[in-house]
Design a protein around this ligand. Structure first.
Ligand code: NCD
Length: 393
């Protein structure tokens, strides 16, 4: 079977740990592995802007002795002439051994993986998933904190349109962390993520009112949801109206993961997220908290905390190279990982539904994705590509 990575569920828990362990070995001397992927060729196909993801993938491949071809400017790719993604990846896939794809449509990587002969790695598909950023985030968290099991991670910012938090929330819960998701009401974690998380045995999601929110975030119009193992998550309500009070002072927040407002995806360009600054980090609940961010940051983290030892985002970004080296070694077939044979959640096909998400690959102007787009996993029918709720056809 070809080793695609289209979503974080494609890697078992043991595989996630295996990649981090391999990255630890590689990281000790990044120059010592130049023979691992000699003769391999990677195609970077970036149909959306990127700096870190593309360059860290390319650095990773080069460090392993492989070579790279790149299409990094959507304006100069044949997509502007109306070529379908399926044709593009079929061709690029025939030139190279594996394709790293970034695309503005949700579900694009899964669709592309159907058409490429070799592995496709999702480097971000619309507002859906960004599994390799999650590998970097988990790895950074593990290195900073020395473990993952039992950690409490606050996700803060644009959790609706930011794809990194979608993959990360899934991985954190699987690694035994609990999450406090804090966002304005239209920027909360989407239902396709929350409903997926609570399907795990023993995992709950509860609405809470953070009592000291105003002291900490200097605003009251943000909502909080606690997600994780039942015994680690504060008591709260089933719905927003039933949310129960909770004080952050009673809980140790091990890390805060901040994201920028995804203005290009409809999060509203004219608003700004509150700034995480020195005053924030000196408030009691965050005295021991490390700060992570997938970057790029815009205004949501003040530069004044860059020199604070708890500001871990630059160290986090640097780890993108060793963890992607590990991933490339697996995807190229030179390193094996323990993979579960059964998927985490068995999808069940249902007909008569159509995806209504205008940003889904099924609605992309060039694509002709098959009619039957819905799957059910015991809840509402969902699009099998972008996972958003589907409506009647
Ligand atoms: C993220 C992305 O592209 O989703 N960037 C990245 O890959 N490091 C986050 C973002 O753009 O906000």
């Amino acid at each position: 079977m070809k080793r695609d990575l289209v979503a974080i569920q494609g890697l078992s828990d043991a595989a996630l740990v295996g990649l981090m362990d391999l990255a630890d070995t590689l990281q000790r001397d990044l120059r010592a592995h130049a023979r691992e992927l000699g003769g391999f060729l990677m195609g970077s196909l970036f149909l959306e802007p990127s700096t870190r993801t593309r360059l860290s993938f390319e650095a990773a491949m080069a460090r392993l002795g492989g070579r790279i071809i790149t299409s990094a400017d959507p304006a100069t790719s044949s997509a502007v002439k109306g070529e379908t993604l399926s044709d593009t990846v079929r061709i690029v896939g025939s030139y190279v051994d594996l394709v790293v794809l970034r695309h503005p449509a949700a579900g694009a990587a899964r669709w592309a993986a159907r058409h490429a002969s070799g592995p496709v790695i999702n480097a971000g598909d619309g507002a859906h998933e960004h599994p390799t950023q999650t590998l970097c985030d988990l790895y950074a968290l593990r290195r900073e904190r020395g473990r993952l099991e039992g950690l409490t991670v606050m996700l803060y910012g644009d959790l609706r349109y930011g794809r990194t938090t979608h993959s990360l929330a899934r991985a954190l819960v699987r690694m035994g962390c609990s999450i406090i998701a804090v966002a304005e009401d239209d920027l909360e974690l989407p239902d396709f993520i929350v409903s997926d998380l609570v399907r795990r045995p023993g995992c709950v999601a509860r609405h809470i009112v953070v009592d000291d929110m105003e002291d900490v975030f200097h605003r009251r119009d943000v909502r909080a949801m606690a997600i994780g193992p039942d015994n680690m998550v504060p008591s709260g309500g089933e719905s927003v109206d039933e949310a129960r009070p909770f004080s952050l002072k009673d809980s140790a927040v091990d890390a805060i993961y901040v994201t920028r407002l995804q203005a290009e995806r409809g999060a509203g360009a004219s608003r700004a997220l509150p700034i995480l600054d020195h005053r924030f980090l000196t408030s009691q609940p965050f005295k021991e908290t490390i700060v992570l961010h997938p970057l790029p940051r815009v205004t949501e983290i003040a530069a004044e905390i860059d020199s604070d030892p708890r500001a871990a985002y630059f160290r986090q970004a640097a780890l993108g190279v060793p963890i992607r080296m590990a991933l490339l070694m697996w995807a190229s077939g030179v390193y094996d990982l323990p993979l579960e044979t059964a998927p985490l959640y068995e999808p069940e096909s249902v007909s008569g539904y159509r995806c209504e998400n205008l940003s889904c690959i099924t609605r992309h102007r060039t694509e002709d994705v098959p009619e039957e787009v819905a799957r059910s996993r015991g809840d509402v029918p969902r699009c099998q590509w972008c996972e958003e709720e589907a409506g009647p056809a």
